[in-house]
Design a protein around this ligand. Structure first.
Ligand code: MN
Length: 456
């Protein structure tokens, strides 16, 4: 089953080159002053229970600047008479530890294959960093990741020694570098887009496999198994967020993750699942009838959501505010629900954020940035105004309608009881209009009905 799907995937893209990491670092140092030091720590291992840890994934900022994926790492950017230096503090090689836990690139590995000028073992961190910080005026560091490092930075700022008092040396301010990095990460390079495309193609095929695998008596967790099995089979790191696999009324719960029910033959299943490839996320949602044929009522809602999604994608144009897809999708859904008799207000009334009825059935946003994080970084409203879309930005378009008959707060129209539909694609903004990265995934009613249940 997986081998045939795999044969339809393109080859895995080239890895991001060392030169590009250098370029990212220099875009960052362009915004720093010569007596600044920037310090980024990898997150610690999280314990799951007793001796077992959660699978490790380092910080997206570290991946962005270096491509280095190991834990127990501190990255430092500092200025010397020779210009800016990228330094990595890493776990030293240790044969005994490596026998148990796996090979380590060590200092030598960091220097040989990464965009790094200097590498040291973690044992040297405290001494070297204190010296470097003492020559700095500002330290760029975001606390909360590594408490030992937090105290080190704090002690460098607090220090009141003779030199500090006589010459005024030493850092006086700690600033958060996240905003600078977020602004860089918001616009994707060609190499980043290549990774996103691969993550998107894997997730598209995984959804198609789940459609083909749908049949009477199938369970949510079996379809989750198909999706996540293919994520692994295709060489990704697995999911980019826990898969949402909800059938019937579970499809009306936006972030349902229990995935434990048997699917009803007359129900629609909603699967929101994406893969992570070299740190880059995809994020796809499709909704389809388990039987392979939409009922008239399911079709009516599906068509409204699909029209809204297409209108949202069409609004993903350079120069439009990032809210344009949301506004377009909301309008189409308000019109659709008025047409279907679900809403008895005018379109403008239905869209009102306080009193409009649309938000009863559509209560979330339509878009978020996507990149190294599934909800990627980048300020949405710099200075209070919605960000205008630029080439290279990537965002999702994911309208949905959710008729939870279990909800006590609203009276669900009987005809649409427990229908939950969301349709989500990942979009790249270009000068030539929106490019749908997840375009391989079946989406129209005809495509879906032809595929569901039709496969190994
Ligand atoms: Mn999403």
């Amino acid at each position: 089953m997986f081998a045939e799907a795999l044969s339809r995937l393109p080859p895995q893209p080239a890895e991001t080159q060392v030169g590009e990491y250098r370029q990212r670092q220099s875009l960052l140092t362009d915004q720093l002053r010569e007596n600044d030091v920037l310090v980024l720590a990898s997150p610690r291992h999280a314990v799951r229970s007793n001796d077992v840890g959660y699978p490790y994934r380092t910080s997206s900022d570290l991946i962005y600047l270096t491509g280095w994926l190991e834990s127990e790492t501190t990255y430092v950017l500092r200025h010397t008479s020779d210009g800016w230096k990228s330094c990595l503090f890493v776990q030293a090689k240790d044969t005994l530890k490596e026998i148990w836990e796996g090979r380590r690139p060590g200092v030598e590995g960091a220097l040989s294959a990464y965009a790094i000028d200097e590498a040291y073992s973690n044992e040297e961190l405290e001494e070297r960093l204190l010296v470097w910080m003492n020559d700095a005026k500002r330290v760029f560091h975001r606390g909360g990741t590594n408490t030992a490092l937090d105290s080190l930075v704090e002690s460098a700022v607090r220090r009141r020694d003779r030199a500090r008092q006589q010459f005024g040396t030493g850092p006086v301010a700690v600033e958060d570098p996240s905003g600078l990095l977020a602004e860089l990460r918001l616009r994707k390079s060609t190499s980043e887009i290549d990774q996103l495309v691969y993550a998107s193609k894997v997730a598209s095929l995984a959804h198609e496999l789940a459609m083909r695998h749908s049949r009477k008596g199938i369970t949510e967790y079996q379809l989750q198994g198909v999706i996540e099995g293919f994520f692994a089979y295709a060489g990704t790191a697995g999911w980019s967020y826990p898969s949402i696999v909800g059938c019937g009324e579970n499809a009306t719960i936006l972030h349902y993750k229990t995935n434990s029910d048997v699917c009803g033959d007359d129900e629609v299943i909603l699967i929101d699942a994406g893969a992570e490839y070299r740190g880059y996320a995809s994020d796809i949602t499709r909704s389809w009838p388990i039987s392979g044929t939409f009922t008239e009522a399911q079709k009516e809602i599906y068509e409204v959501v699909l029209d809204a999604q297409l209108a949202g994608i069409e609004a993903c144009q350079v120069g439009n505010p990032y809210t344009a897809p949301h506004e377009a999708a909301r309008r189409v859904m308000a019109e659709g629900l008025i047409r279907l008799g679900v809403i008895s207000q005018t379109v403008e009334e239905a869209l009102d954020l306080e009193t409009g009825e649309l938000k009863r059935w559509y209560m979330h946003n339509t878009s978020h940035w996507i990149g190294l994080d599934v909800h990627d970084v980048g300020v949405y409203k710099p200075g209070g105004e919605p960000r205008l879309l630029e080439p290279g930005m990537c965002l999702t378009v994911e309208p949905g309608l959710y008729f939870g008959a279990w909800r006590p707060d609203v009276k669900c129209p009987k005809r649409y009881a427990n229908i939950g539909i969301r349709i989500e694609d990942d979009i790249l903004i270009t000068d030539d209009g929106p490019v749908i990265l997840t375009d391989d995934c079946p989406k129209t009613i005809e495509e879906i009905e032809a595929i569901v249940g039709n496969g190994p």
